[in-house]
Design a protein around this ligand. Sequence first.
Ligand code: MN
Length: 399
Amino acid sequence: MSLRIAEEAVRTDTGRQRNANEDSYFTKGPLFVVADGMGGAQAGEVASKAAVESFPRELPAAAPERVLEETIEGANRTIHELARKDPGLAGMGTTTTAAIVDLEAEVVAIGHVGDSRAYRLRGGRLEQLTRDHSLVEEMRRKGQITDAQAEDHPQRSIITRALGPEPEVQVDVQTVPAQDGDVFLICSDGLTTMLDDEKISRLLARATSLQAAVRALVDEANRAGGRDNITVVAFRVEDTAAPAAGNPRGGPGEGATLIGSSAEEAGLSATEVRRRAAAAAARRRREEQQARPRRRGLRTVLKAAAVIAVIAAVALGAWYGNRQIWFLGTDDSGRVSLYRGAPYELPFGIDLYSQRYASPIQTGSLPPKRRDAVTGHKLRSRSDAVSLIEDIEKSEGLR
Ligand code: MN
């Protein structure tokens, strides 16, 4: 027995609060890639494009895990070099999550860096396959914050591993089994910071096709705020053997929404599937409308209160801690600058730092080692930060 890719779909969207879409993707079975770029101006887009374009269009015969690892390591070197040579691209980076389906072996290999994610939906259950390389995920794993706190954490978007910033990167690779009916999802954090896993699996299960599913996911992420670029790639695998006569699964429940192959197996025509799905959706809407008004209002208020409480706590803590912390960075004009505070931004445009001094020296003009000291945003004491900026100015003949 072997598998085939029965259906694939992709949708990308700028979201509601960004001006540009810095996500990139590639989908052509058996290869699927999502990259979420970051960096000033167009740099994020350059990084995510470079990552996606590093994948060979004709996959070599080597083991998929090796192909993924070597390709992503190569992409990292390419992006790092681009950023090193062009001051306009300094500090750019990107996530990369890629899947290669091995149809013969009935497995999917996944390579991953950053906080984009891969999921597998099997039997209605959504399972996250990748581990976020993010500050919040590390705090959660160490037990410093709860799952619930991680979900709504204001610093969710700070990632601890990406392609670009370092000359070498460690790539997570793994291989998971695939079977008839499995749906795999690869997405940027613009989806998962807006929708929790439960919501994502509900939207997937409800959709009548993958095309409809990715559209619904992006629409819903936008409805929830659309704070970031949203990219969703999905594919479904099925057995190459024609489904046996009869109905081995015992038939769908009344009104169940079916995706693709299981509907065919149940002997339903596409029209019938759509009719049943529409009826089920209408019934659900009626039920929701009856239950909704009060509950929803209360939930919104509670959620808003919780978010405000978390932000207030973080801001207060940050304000105290921040006064002792300094770091070097690059300001909007590209100058080496001294900042007081931590190099983080909260939602609603709240910065945890303030600029205390701007040197006339451009970060991009520094030799690589000194530039790394500026773009690394390492936290320092005041005296350490000040003496470093003095050193830089001296070495550039300014003092
Ligand atoms: Mn993003």
